[in-house]
Design a binder for this molecule. Sequence first.
Ligand code: CS2
Length: 491
Amino acid sequence: MKRLSQATLCDLPAGVSRPGYDRGATRIGIVHLGIGAFHRAHQAVMTEAVLAAGDLAWGIAGVSLRSAETRDALAPQDGLYSVAVRDGTGDRFAVVGAVLRLLVAPEDPVAVLDLMAASETRLISLTITEKGYCHLPATGELDETHPDIVHDLAHSERPRTAIGFLVEAIVRRREAGLPPFTVLSCDNLPANGRTLARVVTRFAALRDPALAEHVKTRVAFPCSMVDRIVPATTDADRALVAGALGVEDAWPVTTEPFLQWVIEDRFPEGRPNWEGAGALFVTDVEPFEQMKLRLLNASHSTLAYLGYLAGHQTVAEVMAAPGFAALLDQMMREEVSPTLPPLEGFDLAAYRAMLLARFRNPALHHRTWQIAMDGSQKLPQRLLGTIRDRIKAGAGFERLALGVAAWMVYATGRDEAGNPIDMRDPLASRFAAATAGKRQASALVEAYLGIREVFGDDLSASTPFRTTLVRVLDGLLADGAARTARSFERT
Ligand code: CS2
């Protein structure tokens, strides 16, 4: 079978959309750090619409900060890849051409810096996952002891982290007399733009206080809320795409029809007309972001930990098991929604119902194990912030606590049958050491609360938090995840 490429575009079946604009005339205006599946199914799709509408100033150069896999898959395809949109009622396929160049930072950091400092580059966007921010999850401050940050401070010409790349590129642009770029975070962090600005400014200050001042006064870091469910691509997805397209694509992405992007409109050097593709530009992203992190992502994490422990592989499978949907519905309605800032004219009940329907999407094989990854970086904004608000209001948080309790079991690295879990988390070894040999709920809770970069000083010392967690974890250990979930059907 032929490979997807510029030359084979004309062989695609008629129903498959493809770039109709001149890719050769398209300039690189965006350098994207973290060119994974999520970026390719979300921002790149929106940008594709901008290019299709005729503004060729916003082609994307995609940078991988770690592995060469994406570049190796897409370079032979001239950067082209396909997006399969699936919901169980029929699949839609599109080939996206917005990614014009692919770079692998560890292979050639200088080439990445050159591109970031090029005069045509106006925007740096990022999907580097929570841990890529090298921050302390509980406070959002730069982790100055992070080995890669220590490295980047000592070797500013050959950075490893996104933070190191951003600061060095800002320096180079200033030295060349170029205007700064705008930096657009697209990760699931609270106030993602402000969090990024904070860690970048702190890193700059550690290099030179005057540089920190330049960052503060000249570089814009708009916040954005991104939403689209994009499971990791499987070989079955590759086979599906090859069957539909008649050409082989080494790394397609599979996703749902839903796509949402809410962006703070602060782009002093200009921006693509993403609103033409359906993005919403606002002055304050926070209410959207809180809603999404506390409803969607909190539910996702709860499903992932409890569902994994109950033996389920995918989100759709968990949703079909007794009690889980009821648990999420109660958690969202009774415990989360009262903490959300008001969003005028927005139908929150419909939003919650839509989330449950999205989780049920039978065509997506979204693994619980994938979502369970990096819990230490995700819990604070997904579950713990809401719990803090509930404690302050003197209100209950049993269902939210169940998500945290399930994570506490998962993070011991052993499932309910005692089998090892392939736990991926930057703090995995800390959790293993803290919980070793502990089986009782009270001892486990005690051990976890000592890890303050996750729970913060306040929750670590909170009596309502501790007592609720011990009670809920005790029940979970006694009954197991499947039975615990089932109990919600009756309440
Ligand atoms: C998920 C998110 O992996 C995870 O942690 O909760 O990637 C989720 O699918 C997206 O935020 C949806 O927009």
